[in-house]
Design a protein around this ligand. Sequence first.
Ligand SMILES: *[C@@H]1O[C@H](CO)[C@@H](O)[C@H](O)[C@H]1NC(C)=O
Ligand SMILES: *[C@@H]1O[C@H](CO)[C@@H](O)[C@H](O)[C@H]1NC(C)=O
Ligand SMILES: *[C@@H]1O[C@H](CO)[C@@H](O)[C@H](O)[C@H]1NC(C)=O
Ligand SMILES: *[C@@H]1O[C@H](CO)[C@@H](O)[C@H](O)[C@H]1NC(C)=O
Ligand SMILES: *[C@@H]1O[C@H](CO)[C@@H](O)[C@H](O)[C@H]1NC(C)=O
Ligand SMILES: *[C@@H]1O[C@H](CO)[C@@H](O)[C@H](O)[C@H]1NC(C)=O
Length: 397
Amino acid sequence: MYSGGIFLILFITCQMLGSQSQECVSRQDVQSTLRHVHKLLSAHETSFLHRVRTLRKKLNLLHNTTVKHRSNIGTGTNSTQICLPPNPPVNGRMLGQVFRVGHEVHFLCNPGFQLSGPETRECLDSFSWSGEEPTCKMVDAGTHNIPTSSTPTYVRPSRCIEFQGSLHCTCEQGYSISSQERGLCTDIDECELYRMTQTGRLCLHTCMNTAGSYYCQCPTGYSINIDNRSCQDIDECEKGVHNCTKEQVCVNTFGGHRCMVVECPRFRNASYIKTSPLLCERNPCVQGNKACLQAPVSVNFHFMSVVSNMSTPRVLFRVSAARILGDAMRFELLGNRGAGHFTLQRSSRQSGELLLTEPVQGPAMLETEVEMIELEKRTLLGRYVTKVTLFVSPYSF
Ligand SMILES: *[C@@H]1O[C@H](CO)[C@@H](O)[C@H](O)[C@H]1NC(C)=O
Ligand SMILES: *[C@@H]1O[C@H](CO)[C@@H](O)[C@H](O)[C@H]1NC(C)=O
Ligand SMILES: *[C@@H]1O[C@H](CO)[C@@H](O)[C@H](O)[C@H]1NC(C)=O
Ligand SMILES: *[C@@H]1O[C@H](CO)[C@@H](O)[C@H](O)[C@H]1NC(C)=O
Ligand SMILES: *[C@@H]1O[C@H](CO)[C@@H](O)[C@H](O)[C@H]1NC(C)=O
Ligand SMILES: *[C@@H]1O[C@H](CO)[C@@H](O)[C@H](O)[C@H]1NC(C)=O
């Protein structure tokens, strides 16, 4: 189980970011992951040492009883040292079959009943049981005591074997020996256990503890991955489970989808035609119509889906001229739209890159317009506009 945790850590750190980037863990992430693994191992070590100590105590006890035994034989006193079997409570049961001095028995109640009295009784040197005889009382239906009624599934008897006068108990997978009662196993809350290790979480999203195990849940719009732990976005557009009309463009987002309407722009003295679902091109201008020539030659629509809180700066996409007629290209954010989140940088003579400059917490939708201007001897040859819409998911996956 612990090695499973370690594999998970490496997987999750490489997961993230979705389709936009292949960039993986930073050095900081790796260091923090290693710190968490360290913590896990120390926890493991502590529990191991604890078990060794318990074993040593048992050995001591064993040694003491053999010594006592010998002295008993010497003095000829009663050496069987057995208590009478106690009565299991009505509507409950008793765990433990060894009734010798120093041994314990444990009591459990059936679902719907609550134990009153000691959970454990010990066979004393006086050959009588410690404490009072416990009873099982019906849980008052009016108190809505849900944990009590569901408790029994989270507690199971341990399997014990007696070896040289000492009891050795083990539990099924997912359970550990109760801290109060050796004869009982209590469910390990894996979700709680791993909560301390943020990056090494058992589940990418929600962890649900069950009796003896756990499972992971994803938010709507995601399906659980084959690893049963991480979440995978459902592509509603590809699967055809969307409500978009024929005129709309289905855009898959992390955790959902959007139906977008692509409308060609209106400029004075220029008209456009949609030449593909995401592209509008200007109709030829009437000779000498300056207003028409100033209008963008084409308007491109670009829809992008990203996860929340992406590390930045990050290149979202690159615009480049397919062919160059003029002698210069200029790139800019049209009207400084979205300037708080984006910048544009030149990546070559004929291409520019749109960058996200700061992490964005989702859910959010950001828009900007990138303009590419082609010049010949400082006079305008053409403007090409790309309208960018960024959908940021509510989650970091
Ligand atoms: C065993 O006996 C020794 C000495 O009589 C005592 O100190 C020790 O606590 C005993 N151990 C146990 C586990 O009872
Ligand atoms: C030992 O004690 C048990 C129960 O106290 C009793 O039934 C038995 O007769 C005793 N045996 C001897 C040898 O004293
Ligand atoms: C995922 O869960 C299913 C059913 O609970 C199980 O059969 C399968 O082995 C699990 N896969 C992994 C990788 O744990
Ligand atoms: C599609 O529309 C129907 C009715 O308006 C609605 O019940 C359903 O949830 C919608 N489905 C999606 C995927 O939006
Ligand atoms: C727009 O077109 C009309 C008629 O085609 C023309 O008269 C007018 O001057 C044009 N406007 C500009 C700003 O070029
Ligand atoms: C966003 O990411 C940074 C660094 O990766 C992290 O420290 C911060 O907690 C995250 N914020 C949220 C709201 O997830």
